[in-house]
Design a protein. Structure first.
Lengths: 307, 398, 386
């Protein structure tokens, strides 16, 4: 066995802590959109992963366009692409809500099944459009590489970027939900739909906007993930279970819960993976979540709302 | 069913072959001027990414064979079935091809799991499968010709080269969690410990599709192995190499040897994330020999200039040609005669140079090459071994 | 009594029609390859039947039925694998007499939990008992805590992921991703022979019909009525003094046990089992079968399974590209427009009279159908009890 100096162990500790934080921001970013759609509105959107994939494909498209037509813009396009990803996913969300979800608000289990059908259709649409092969956009150089505070510590810049984006987005969602009029309407509708309607809130419109906003955030998440992984037609399905578990584990209708749960799961997984072997680390974390949910089905932070 | 007659443009009549009654005594789908074969890969699902190249290469080979006059005076017809990345579906379609369509040979399968699912069907219904992927070994069947490398052919020479060139003593073994990486790493470990007298400082497996490698990368940094030995496959590949690069583990600072990255994967991962890492394969697109030049040109002509050719794609290309040579040697399409005649069949026009089917175990003699990746997603061949004997049940490595 | 087993005269007619289809029409018109495929589909129908009880009657949707199908299948496969791994046919291995994949993973002896599976009676028992026990534990833990609805669905889905990952991650004792393959004989009887395939097909049909009759009886009694009441107004049933959790747990265990039987029959007919039959996708697909056929109808679930799978096989042979569009579209359409599936359409049409039904469907636009769907969905129970 090798011997380690204290400073080496310290560096590993720092980097491992960062790995956990980085996973935390990934999970939170995935779950934010769903926290609105499922957590607030109670819509089980199994096609959520496909909205992420859509965001990722938008970045890929932008990257290809920029490379072919304006290579000079290469270092800057990424931020614009994220914005476009938001708009594209939000528009698709609007369409889906209008054509499908609004008929199913009172039947959550059926929404689950219908959105799964939707996810199949979207996956095949991605496959027909972009091919079965996984794609990766060409990323600006400033996003790649690592930042070295000391000789033995490497902090990946893409990880920092995802983290910053998560921070900004979480702040924005919080402001929207708790400090804006539209957010107030949304929370009111969640708490008591009939009463909200009676005092003049257009609950149908609120639903539509909320769903579309959640999808847009999913699009941003997908766009951000192109910095750490690839995108294929079924990338979305890889994220979906994790995403739902984060939201359920945190307790629905609680943004703080979602954040806490993403943090807990990420640290748990990162520690388990460090000390256990890959696959079984993941199994251990999933089992842990399921057992905790059995003991405390309302999740970590339950909102005190009568259903 | 999707039936395609990949015949030459002209309707020129074929040179008459031997009568059907003599070349087909077991009721296969052979007529006086055609012979039907099956192709069974995943056109949809998670594996479609990997199997596309094989599908294309097999169709190219069959087209070329037809242009050159077919087999025993008969043109080849293909029935294409989709295994949809789902093992029960593979078994179902294999059975359909053999029982309903009575195909004379099947070119197909990619993952070990799909091969394991169809193997009992081929043995029971007595079919002939040409399997293109490098795989874990520990298998040998009268009904399968393995045109890729079994594990020892791909692993041992590569590790020897690392030990000699890089004076490597410590190795970190990483794999996706299924039988091929696990068995391959088992062989690698035995070789490292018993022959090279080195040390394995870590061995880990991650579920297929895993995308977060932060903890693993930290463990690698902690152990500081001389060589990272990686057998990560599928979608995980891209995340793995991107995150390695982001964490500062790059080709100029660390040595990484993989047996799971071909030009196909490099396309997805991006050459810039692979620069300086090594792959151990029997074939690289950049191989400099006349056979390969002709092959690459034909492939690009059919599938576009951007098409890349990886190790498995080339091995898939060998399938139809080896079958043709074997049928002609046997003078019959009958499965039993083809299986028996396979021993010692040589294919001198192989893009990889020269291959020969082993006298007893239905695998191929082949060379091993070490390639180093550059930014354009192509590899520079640094080393080429002698022809290595296939040994699917290696003594001392089990 | 007659009414309870067969659901009255019309129920008996429908059952007889299915029996004729399975025992006479299909075997006479299909070759053995296609018939074997039908046999495979029918094993999924067991899961769909369980879902009718659990989801249609009880209102509890499980997205983890693949777990139970898989557990049943693995129990059967372990027995068959041990029988196929006698020391003579495995003499090439470093440790003869253990399954080949264990040898590849350097196991030197059979793990303890495999040993009982050398016995056929034990294995057959385990096919039903293992899934039931798992369902009992999971069900008790969740229903006692009043976990229901969407949460139950998501947690059971996580279970499906855990089991498939767990099998992947322990390939030395489970066969990993490849699964357990190359199964040959059952007590010396070659399950791959053509005659065996016929026999297994008929055994499957017989067990399926027996299950339908048994469930019909069960659902027309106290169990069915209480489950229906729980689905519609759980609180009221609870306050009336019923042990709601017990009924839900029973339904879950029942569905799991039936799924296990399906899994075992799958293994016998297909000759292998792998984690790809346990995970998330197959689990949801099995829900589709029940939904397309009609979640309230036992016979509907069987037809739904047959139709969706036949469509899948034929489509994937012809237009693999279109298949996912068709499947996804069908699913959305069924859920939004016909929540009661084929059985619902059949019932509605019979009650309204076919000609009127066809006119109503064809004459007016889709908006009408949406309206119809919402009236239907407002009270799904009404449909279910007709």
């Amino acid at each position: 066995m090798l011997a380690y100096s204290a400073s080496e162990l310290w560096s590993i500790f720092i980097m491992q802590g960062f790995a956990g934080l980085s996973l935390f921001s990934v999970l939170l970013l995935m779950a934010l959109g769903l926290a609105i759609i499922f957590g607030q509105m109670g819509v089980v959107n199994l096609a959520h992963g496909e909205f992420m994939a859509l965001g990722a494909y938008v970045v890929y498209l932008c990257s290809t366009l920029v490379q072919n037509h304006a290579p000079a813009l290469q270092p800057y396009y990424f931020l614009v692409a994220i914005a476009i990803a938001f708009v594209a996913a939000a528009l698709l969300g609007l369409l889906v809500e209008w054509s499908l979800i609004r008929y199913l608000y009172r039947r959550p289990l059926d929404t689950l099944l219908a959105t799964w059908g939707l996810s199949l259709v979207l996956q095949q649409a991605f496959r027909s459009t972009f091919g079965a092969r996984e794609v990766t956009p060409t990323l600006p150089d400033w996003l790649m590489g690592s930042f070295k505070p000391t000789e033995s510590i490497d902090i990946p810049i893409n990880g920092v970027f995802v983290m910053a984006l998560t921070l900004v987005l979480t702040g924005a969602v919080w402001l929207f939900l708790y400090r804006s009029r539209a957010g107030l309407h949304m929370r009111a509708t969640v708490q008591n739909r009939a009463m909200s309607g009676a005092i003049g809130i257009n609950t149908g419109l609120v639903d539509r906007l909320a769903f579309s906003l959640g999808c847009g955030i999913a699009g941003v998440a997908g766009a951000a993930f192109t910095t750490i992984g690839s995108t294929g037609p079924d990338s979305g399905s890889r994220y979906i279970v994790d995403t739902f578990l984060v939201v359920v584990f945190g307790g629905t209708a609680s943004l703080l819960g979602t954040i806490a749960s993403a943090f807990g799961i990420a640290q748990g997984q990162s520690v388990c993976e460090f000390f256990l072997q890959g696959t079984m680390g993941k199994v251990a974390v999933l089992l842990g979540i399921v057992v905790i949910l059995m003991i405390r089905p309302q999740g970590l932070f339950a909102s005190k709302v009568r259903s | 069913m999707a039936t395609a007659l990949l015949a030459a443009g002209s309707a020129a009549s074929l040179a008459a072959g031997p009568p059907t009654a003599t070349v087909n005594t077991t009721g296969l789908a052979v007529t006086d001027d055609t012979v039907t074969v099956g192709q069974l890969h995943s056109a949809t699902g998670t594996m479609a990414i990997s199997e596309t190249g094989s599908i294309q290469a097999e169709q190219l080979a069959i087209e070329q064979i037809n242009e050159a006059g077919g087999i025993l005076g008969r043109k080849i017809k293909i029935i294409v079935e989709d295994g949809a990345s789902d093992w029960p579906t593979f078994a179902e379609k294999a059975k359909k091809l053999l029982v309903n369509d009575k195909v004379a040979a099947v070119f197909g399968c990619w993952t070990s799991a799909s091969r394991k699912a169809v193997l009992p069907v081929f043995e029971k219904e007595n079919g002939m499968l040409y399997y293109p992927t490098f795989y874990e070994g520990l298998e040998q069947s009268k009904n399968v010709i393995y045109t890729g490398q079994e594990a020892t052919q791909q692993i041992i020479a590569g590790l020897d080269w690392m030990a000699k060139q890089k004076k490597a003593k410590t190795f970190y073994l990483i794999g996706s969690d299924y039988i091929w990486p696990r068995t391959s790493n088992k062989i690698a470990r035995k070789h490292i410990e018993n022959v090279l007298k080195g040390e394995v400082v870590g061995e880990e497996y991650y579920a297929l599709g895993h995308t977060q490698f932060g903890s693993l990368i930290n463990k690698i940094k902690l152990k500081k192995p001389d060589v990272i030995y990686a057998i990560v496959v599928g979608g995980s590949n891209v995340s793995f190499y991107k995150q390695l690069k982001a964490a500062g583990i790059t080709g100029d600072k660390a040595t990484l040897l993989t047996i799971s990255v071909t030009e196909d994967e490099a396309l997805g991962i991006g050459g810039e994330n692979l620069v300086g890492f090594y792959s151990a394969m029997k074939y690289f697109q950049s191989l400099d020999n006349p056979n390969n030049k002709k092959f690459v040109e034909a492939f690009k002509k059919k599938y576009g200039d951007k098409a890349v050719i990886g190790d498995v794609t080339q091995a898939a290309y060998l399938g139809p040609w080896l079958w043709k040579l074997t049928v002609e040697k046997a003078g019959s399409f009958d499965i039993d005669k083809v299986a028996a005649a396979s021993a010692g069949v040589e294919f001198k026009e192989a893009p990889e140079g020269y291959v020969r089917i082993h006298d007893s175990n239905h695998h191929l003699w082949s060379k091993l090459r070490i390639g180093q990746w550059s930014t354009d997603g192509q590899a520079k061949v640094l080393y080429e071994s002698e022809l290595i004997e296939p040994n699917p049940f290696p003594k001392g490595y089990q | 009594m007659f009414k309870r087993f067969f659901g009255g005269r019309s129920g008996l007619t429908n059952l007889a029609l299915l029996a004729i289809l399975l025992f006479a029409v299909l075997p006479l018109s299909l070759d053995i390859f296609r018939l074997n495929l039908v046999g495979k589909y029918l094993t999924y129908a067991f899961v769909a039947l369980g879902l009718v009880v659990l989801w249609g009657k009880g209102g509890v949707l499980s997205l983890g039925q693949g777990v139970f199908f898989g557990l049943g299948g693995y129990c059967m496969a372990m027995f068959l694998k041990l029988e196929a791994s006698d020391p003579i046919s495995t003499k090439i291995q470093s440790t003869p007499g253990i399954p080949d994949f264990m040898d590849w993973n350097q196991l030197k002896a059979l793990p303890a939990f495999w040993v009982p599976f050398k016995s056929l009676p034990f294995s057959l028992l385990a096919v039903v008992v293992v899934p039931s026990v798992v369902a009992f534990i999971v069900g008790l833990a969740m229903f006692k805590r009043r976990v229901g609805g969407v949460y139950f669905a998501i947690i059971t889905q996580a279970l499906a992921l855990i089991l498939s990952l767990g099998i992947d991650g322990n390939q030395g004792v489970t066969g990993g991703r490849n699964g357990i393959t190359d199964l040959r004989t059952l007590w010396g009887w070659d399950i791959r022979a053509q005659s065996s395939q016929y026999i297994l097909y008929f055994v499957t049909c017989f067990l399926l019909l027996a299950t339908i009759v048994g469930l019909q009886w069960l659902l027309s009694g106290r169990m069915g009525k209480t489950l229906g009441a729980i689905r519609d107004r759980e609180d009221r049933v609870r306050f009336s003094g019923y042990d709601v959790d017990l009924f839900k747990v029973s339904a879950f265990v029942l569905a799991a046990g039936i799924a296990g039987v399906g899994g075992a029959l799958f293994v016998l007919q297909v000759g292998f089992i792998s984690p790809s039959l346990v995970g998330i996708v197959p689990s949801i697909e099995m829900v589709i079968f029940a939904a397309v056929g009609g979640r309230h109808s036992l016979l509907g679930a069987v037809y739904g399974t047959l139709i969706v799978n036949t469509g899948k096989s034929l489509f994937s042979e012809t237009f693999p590209q279109l298949w996912l569009f068709a499947m996804g579209g069908l699913f959305i359409a069924v859920v939004v427009l016909f929540p009661n599936g084929l059985a619902g359409i059949w019932d509605l049409a019979r009650r309204q009279g076919w000609s009127k039904f066809v006119r109503a469907k064809a004459g007016t636009a889709a908006a009408d159908a949406v309206g119809l769907a919402s009236t239907l969905s407002a009270n799904p129970a009404k449909e279910g009890k007709s």
